[in-house]
Design a protein around this ligand. Structure first.
Ligand code: 13P
Ligand code: SF4
Length: 358
């Protein structure tokens, strides 16, 4: 009897991990040989303004190994504007702000996506590519905004403000996105809010991004008390001192900064919009009030502009390094896995944003 009961139990199929499906590869030779120097010389040209020649022999073998292995794995690397210059310029296939990375993630025909960025970005790529393997080189790469709100908090806000649509920043977990009507990023925030056609909209969880949106639209904005630990450290006083020292400097700031900072700025926009502003306006001297790598990454594209560099580092973005990217390609870890019930609802929020005609 007992034996029949065991045989009758439904059989569950164990899902194979990426490491099991793709296999683990041996560590390549990481010496700085003349061949490595020759094959990476054109890439060094892109970063020589920020990486001293004496340091290149440390990076170059990783750059070559990663670029070789991407072909073996049919992998692409999506890198956010805050990634270090050697990642951004030497191994990334797609670079950009959060919105561009989400959009490009829908277009790739690679089998494997490696996210050069933080955990919520890798989750967004997985939501848009449920059948692909998405890897994050260090799953501890978090985000203070993403950590500031839970799915239960969003449900509580809905009870408190019945009927008010909920737009959540892309800097949130899949569980939080699953509770929202739509996602937004700093690059499309105002347009997403206005697309909802409602007199009031909840914009969660970044209080400063929400406060900035409120200055750009007639829609009433309700928000949460989250903040980016990198951008909230800037102060209006700091910007005023900068201008006193250098009255001609152009100040451009990210909308995750507090309102007293944005009041002092000549332009406010997402990381991609900041880069576009510099390309179009060609300021003589500029200070980008955002994460440190941003200026390093775009400085070589705007040689006529001098970049002053007061900036704050994002410790989460800096967890992603060339050795960890190589390790991901060799071991196919760490793989992003999202509960299918959560993923189904979260995907709708991201897809509504991506497909919006704005
Ligand atoms: P954007 O690149 O969308 O401007 O976002 C900035 C950011 O803080 C991402 O973590
Ligand atoms: Fe999060 Fe701020 Fe770091 Fe972006 S810069 S990942 S918002 S903590």
């Amino acid at each position: 009897m007992a034996q029949t009961a065991v045989l009758d139990r439904p059989r569950t199929r164990r899902v194979l991990s990426a490491a099991e499906r793709f296999g683990i590869l041996p560590m390549p030779d990481l010496s700085f040989t003349p061949e490595v120097a020759r094959e990476t010389a054109h890439l060094y040209e892109r970063v020589k303004h920020v990486i001293p020649a004496i340091e290149w022999p440390v990076h170059a073998p990783y750059v070559k190994a990663i670029n070789d292995l991407k072909k073996v794995r049919n992998a692409v690397i999506l890198a956010h504007n805050y990634q270090t210059p050697e990642i951004y310029n030497c191994v990334a296939d797609v670079v950009g702000d959060s919105f561009a990375l989400a959009r490009e993630a829908t277009k790739t025909d690679a089998d494997v996506i490696i996210q050069g960025g933080v955990h919520f970005m890798a989750e967004t790529s997985k939501l848009l590519n449920p059948d692909k393997v998405v890897l994050i080189p260090d799953s501890r790469a978090g985000c203070s905004l993403s950590d500031s709100i839970t799915a239960a908090d969003v449900r509580m806000m809905r009870r408190k403000h019945p009927g008010v649509p909920v737009a959540v920043y892309v800097n949130t977990s899949a569980e939080v996105k699953a509770e929202a009507d739509i996602c937004l990023t700093s690059g499309n925030a105002v347009a997403v809010v206005e697309s909802l056609g409602a007199p009031e909209v909840m914009v969660l969880p970044d209080q400063y991004l929400a406060a900035w949106i409120a200055t750009q639209t007639k829609v009433k904005i309700i928000t949460w008390n989250g903040a980016c630990e990198v951008h909230e450290r800037f102060t209006g006083e700091e910007i005023r001192r900068l201008r006193e020292d250098d009255p001609d400097v152009t100040v451009i700031a990210h909308p995750e900064c507090p309102p007293d900072v944005l009041k002092e700025a000549d332009f406010t926009g997402s990381t991609a919009k900041m880069a576009d502003y510099i390309k179009v306006n060609k300021p003589k001297r500029v200070v980008m009030i955002t994460e440190c790598s941003m200026a390093d990454n775009i400085a070589s594209l705007s040689p006529e502009t001098e970049f002053l560099r007061p900036c704050n580092l994002c410790p989460h973005m800096k967890r992603i390094t060339l050795p960890k990217i190589l390790d991901s390609l060799l071991t196919m870890q760490e793989e992003i896995v999202i509960d299918p019930a959560v993923a189904e609802r979260a995907r709708l929020s991201v897809e509504r944003m991506v497909h919006l005609k704005i």
